[in-house]
Each structure stands twice: as structure tokens, then as C-alpha cells.
Design a protein. Structure first.
Length: 136
């Protein structure tokens, strides 16, 4: 499954009150994959998937520029976070999906931790909806 397919599957579970914009910024390096707006805040999110739709590796290091976040993506997220903006990374895998808020993506995550946090598209969407202030 391609990253765009994961986005579409997640988008179906976001409530209509959440404005979500899939960004295609081929002329500017580092801009996250999408931006969402809710009544309480907005959120910049980079999508990453475990390569080849495999299970997470023993240690998932999103700072690995060859596999996950490029230097430009890491820099963009860190600078926006320093400005007080809400940023994060969603990691998709065949076993489930996780959201890493703020700069938590800078720390490696074990397969065990990934598996214990991983949820369905619906669970991930509910987490993001709550962050945006659009929960029940």
C-alpha cells in the first residue's frame, strides 16, 4: 500500500468538522504531508510507513534519513515546533498505526512499544480528533 492510500484510509475516519488538507509541495522541501484544523488547534503531520508494509523493525528510528524522515522534514518539524506549532508524525504499518506528537519522533521506538501503542485507522483518527478539539 502506498502512503497516499494510508492517508485516504485515515481521512475517512476524521469527522467533517476537521478540515484536513493533503499537501503536495513538490517545490518546497520538508513541508509535512498534511495539515488539519479543529476548533482548539491545528496540526501539521508527516506520514511515514514501515517499508514494504512489513512489521516494525526491532528499533524504529525515524531520524534515519535513508528510510524515514529526510533532513529537510526533520528540520521543518523541529523549527515549527520551536515556534509553538503543533506537529507530529503518523507511522503506518500492517500491524497498526501510531501518532508521535511534537518531537517524540526524535527518539527511537522499540517494536514492543510500537506494537503496544498501535491502533486501527479509527483509533488513530479518534486520537487526532481529540487533539484538534473536535471530540464528542
Amino acid at each position: 500500500m502506498l502512503e497516499g492510500d494510508y492517508w485516504q484510509a485515515l481521512r475517512k475516519h476524521l469527522v467533517p468538522r476537521v478540515y484536513a488538507w493533503k499537501i503536495n509541495a513538490s517545490y518546497a522541501k520538508g513541508i509535512p504531508d498534511w495539515w488539519a484544523s479543529g476548533t482548539q488547534q491545528d496540526l501539521w503531520v508527516e506520514n511515514k510507513r514501515i517499508q514494504n508494509d512489513a512489521e516494525p523493525p526491532p528499533i524504529l528510528d525515524l531520524t534515519d534519513q535513508k528510510k524515514y524522515l529526510s533532513h529537510h522534514q526533520q528540520d521543518w518539524l523541529a523549527k515549527r515546533h520551536d515556534e509553538g506549532r503543533h506537529v507530529g508524525v503518523v507511522v503506518f504499518s500492517k500491524v497498526g498505526h501510531i501518532y508521535l506528537p511534537d518531537l517524540t519522533w526524535q527518539q527511537p521506538i522499540s517494536k514492543l512499544d510500537f506494537m503496544s501503542q498501535a491502533g486501527s485507522y479509527k483509533e488513530l483518527a479518534e486520537q487526532l480528533i481529540a487533539i484538534l478539539g473536535e471530540g464528542p
